[in-house]
Design a protein around this ligand. Structure first.
Ligand code: UDP
Length: 241
């Protein structure tokens, strides 16, 4: 992405190629507690993205040299199934999945009450089974719900959503074509109760004005996701979202 293919007309008569308005999210469906073997889990569909998240822990941290005497660590692991993308993806870890795992762990450690579990690890596995752009946001959004489903004490849950730029227009939640051939992509994750930003990346170029516009749009997207996350948990455990 982010070379920006100016030949593609991404927006015609105010609508995007998939029929959405510039500030519209793809459809999102979240279900908590979908896996029997994990302590907590979540299945999320976001447009054509499909992601599972499973949580184990708190458990003793291995390898031991990673243990922290005063807190737990969150060990998040993002992987893509070989059949999740058009060209079969080689199974296993690569640089991209290592990066996404790292930033996800960092973000989740801001909300999990890690100080309650010295020397422990909380394992969060995210498996993308179908990918159509925005999978890091989808995986982090699902991971938060899985952690809450596991009963891990948290200050809040984290929603994540991207905005970007195509055909010189700032849009919410890029789909695969927009991501691959668009001009910029700005994934964001926040802690809604405090407004804290726990993940912010930029691929491509935005002017300061466009950055502000994209940030505001992604922030609003996060707040919409937050409602859907809470509704999924309320649906499983009762109570209002
Ligand atoms: N993608 C792919 N093969 C890969 C990695 C990514 O086909 O090895 C596709 C996939 O659809 C992904 C999209 O490219 O969702 C955008 O990838 P990016 O690195 O921007 O991350 P994402 O937007 O999924 O967080």
């Amino acid at each position: 992405m982010a070379g920006g293919n100016s030949d593609i007309e991404f927006i015609k008569k105010g609508k995007r190629l998939d029929g959405r308005k510039p500030d519209e999210l793809r459809e999102v469906r979240i279900e908590a507690g979908v896996l029997n073997r994990a302590d907590g889990s979540c299945y999320l569909e976001w447009g054509n993205n499909k992601v599972y998240a499973g949580v184990f822990g708190p458990i003793e941290c291995h390898p031991r040299h990673k243990q922290q005497q005063d807190r737990a660590i969150v060990q998040a692991r993002y992987t893509m199934a070989p059949f999740s993308v058009n060209d079969r993806k080689r199974p296993g870890y690569d640089r991209r999945s290592s990066e996404i795992s790292y930033i996800t762990s960092q973000a989740l450690e801001r909300v999990v009450m890690v100080e309650l579990f010295p020397r422990a690890a909380i394992r969060v596995d995210m498996q993308v089974v179908e990918a159509h752009a925005g999978t890091r946001c989808a995986a982090l959004t699902a991971a938060s719900v899985a952690l809450a489903d596991a009963g891990i004490p948290m200050r809040d849950i984290i929603p994540s959503c991207a905005a970007g730029k195509v055909s010189d227009t700032v849009v919410l939640d890029l789909n695969k074509e927009e991501d691959n051939y668009g001009q910029a992509d700005l994934p964001l994750a926040i802690v809604p109760s405090t407004g804290e930003v726990v993940l912010l990346q930029l691929d491509g170029h935005l002017t300061p004005d466009e950055f502000e516009q994209a940030f505001d749009l992604a922030y609003k997207g996060c707040m919409d996701l937050y409602d859907i996350q809470r509704a999924a948990l309320a649906n499983r455990y009762g109570g209002s979202a």
